[in-house]
Design a protein around this ligand. Structure first.
Ligand SMILES: [Zn+2]
Ligand SMILES: [Zn+2]
Length: 202
């Protein structure tokens, strides 16, 4: 990658790379940034997230500090997901706080986790991704107190009558019932056969 060529804007993620040339060259300066960018991929957990390409509003403050560029602010977006209990669709919004210090240069013995100012730009995509994924619920619910679905028949428990229960909830009872049925048919079988034989003889 040569320093002279501007970075390629590849898909949504490229939009999140912001030039901070003005700030880098003017220590102590500050500016705000209010933008709407398309969501990059992977802003989600298995059941809920921000669909790739949908709008994310960012409201940021960028400051040129001694160590580099300090970014603070928040991002807001609509969520699309599924209730972990009743599987109903969820439509909600999310607002996350963002705070990241992009270092002007890699520190001695620094880890790969450090975020750096690269070619006078900062990449906000991993910052917003970490904040969103951390804030998303792993077991989202359509609303507090959702009772979910009956584990036996799949009916929504809220739609079911209060006394909605299934017999043989306990597998031991089910096994017992099976035994009883077998012994009943065992005694009933020969009788039926006999009667049908008699019928044929007539
Ligand atoms: Zn639900
Ligand atoms: Zn049921």
């Amino acid at each position: 990658m040569s320093a002279s060529s501007s970075p390629t804007v590849a898909g949504a993620a490229g939009r999140w790379v912001v030039s901070v040339k003005d700030l880098v060259r003017s220590p102590g300066s500050m500016r705000t940034l209010e933008e709407q960018w398309p969501a990059p991929e992977a802003l989600s957990t298995p059941l809920i997230g921000i669909p790739a390409g949908s709008a994310v509003d960012v409201d940021l403050r960028l400051e040129s500090v001694h160590e580099g560029i300090l970014v603070t602010g928040e991002a807001h977006a609509d969520l699309v997901g599924e209730c972990s209990r009743c599987l109903d669709p969820i439509q909600d919004g999310i607002t996350v706080d963002l705070q990241e210090l992009f270092l002007a240069s890699a520190p001695e013995g620094g880890s790969d986790e450090e975020r750096l100012v690269v070619h006078e730009t900062v990449d906000l995509e991993p910052v917003v991704r970490d904040a969103v994924v951390t804030a998303l619920p792993f077991q989202p619910v359509c609303r507090p107190g959702c009772q979910g679905l009956c584990s036996e028949c799949g009916i929504r428990l809220e739609d079911a009558p209060d006394d909605h229960v299934h017999e043989q909830l306990d597998p031991r009872w089910a096994a017992l019932a099976e035994l009883t049925k077998t012994s009943e048919s065992g005694t009933a079988g020969p009788e039926m056969k006999t009667s049908s034989d008699e019928t044929e003889e007539r």
